[in-house]
Design a protein around this ligand. Structure first.
Ligand code: ATP
Ligand code: LTN
Length: 334
């Protein structure tokens, strides 16, 4: 029997998950589960590159896991685990740190972005964040990494480091590829539509949290920034249309359509009518997920059982790669 290709991805429990995370990442993982061997993790180690409240982080990590499951990730089909439960990630990251150049890391948009937002805490972890991410991926001999567009630069550096390592030591790592969704790979902020929707945005009006009250969700969409042209058209390359393009993309994903088709359907109508329709589609799409989430988050023993089993199977796969790496670089392993 041919082995299934492996997929790895994860989200940081750094805040409540947004509609952007759902559309750009988690929603797509669900469909991949049947055709691939999937491993999805809660990336708690990445989260501490920015200061966190410990009790909050613990709570959010479990919430994130419950949300994965509520969105349709089936723990019987996919492996779910907490990154810090598998020490191989930190171990490989140390080795790969020694094979990654300062110059490569300095170019990362996310580093530049986050260091300007947290100027009082530009720590070494924030700088080497992509190396830990590369380790997450490479440990599992991953073929595909489904992520949003903002993460493609990190996938590139992961490939470069893996290729560099392989060139020195032979075929140790599988070279992974990023997998982008067809539409919705970059959902924009509702308040600044040229920026991405981000769960760490200080202005909560910019994002829809999957945990928002349904009325709040609708209100946020209705007050989304658009333009004064008053025309519903999908013009993805026109920055002036960023707000409307974004709402069209959201509507398209939530109704299984395309932004072009949604634009045709609403052409000639006012922004108010359109926004109400988008709000309804979003709320209706999220409602069943929330009901599932409420049920799952209440069952801590169930969640614990899954993450413990997940960590065991993750460690089994990861340790094989780690041992190979240790041998190659000259550590005594047996
Ligand atoms: P933070 O604001 O803390 O950096 P984030 O909201 O960017 O967080 P991540 O945990 O970094 O979220 O990302 C989780 C996944 O969601 C990644 O695959 C990322 O590419 C995707 N993602 C994040 N924001 C968006 C967005 N606005 N549109 C589409 N995909 C997104
Ligand atoms: N950096 C990612 C989260 C992440 C990740 C990964 C995604 C950490 N390690 C490995 C895919 C594969 C982000 O979404 N910000």
């Amino acid at each position: 029997m041919e082995e299934k290709k492996r997929i790895f991805s994860g989200v940081q429990p750094s805040g409540t998950i947004t509609l952007g995370n759902y559309i750009g990442a988690i929603k797509n993982w669900v469909d991949l589960q049947n055709d691939y061997e999937c491993i999805f993790a809660m990336m708690d180690m990445h989260t501490i590159t920015v200061r966190q409240t410990p009790a909050e982080l613990r709570k959010r990590t479990l919430e994130l896991m419950a949300l994965y499951i509520a969105c349709g990730i089936d723990p019987e089909k996919s492996t779910l685990f907490i990154q810090s439960h598998n020490s191989a990630h930190a171990e490989l990251a140390w080795v790969l740190n020694c094979y990654t150049y300062m110059g490569e890391l300095q170019r990362m948009t996310q580093f530049k972005d986050k260091s300007s937002r947290h100027a009082d805490n530009i720590n070494a972890g924030l700088f080497t964040y992509p190396v830990l991410m590369a380790s997450d991926i490479l440990l599992y001999q991953t073929e595909l990494v489904p992520v949003g567009k903002d993460q493609m630069q990190h996938i590139e550096i992961c490939r470069d480091v893996a290729q560099r390592f392989n060139a020195l030591y032979g075929d140790v790592f599988k070279i992974p590829e990023g997998l982008l969704v067809k539409s919705g790979a970059k959902i924009a902020s509702l308040q600044e539509p040229t920026k991405k929707m981000s769960k760490s945005d200080p202005n909560p009006k910019g994002y829809i949290s999957m945990m928002d009250d349904f009325n709040v969700m609708a209100k946020k969409i209705k007050s989304a920034v658009t333009d004064s042209e008053g025309v519903i058209e999908y013009r993805p390359d026109d920055e002036a249309k960023a707000g409307i393009n974004n709402l069209l993309s959201i509507m398209a994903v939530m109704t299984d359509s395309t932004p072009e088709a949604v634009a045709r359907e609403f052409s000639g109508q006012g922004y108010g009518t359109f926004k109400s329709a988008v709000a309804e589609a979003v709320v209706e799409g999220i409602k069943p997920i929330r009901a599932e989430y409420d049920r799952i988050i209440a069952d801590k023993a169930y969640l614990q059982d899954i993450y413990k089993r997940g960590a065991e199977s993750a460690a089994r796969i990861a340790n094989r790669t780690l041992k190979k790496v240790y041998k190659k670089v000259g550590f005594i392993v047996d």
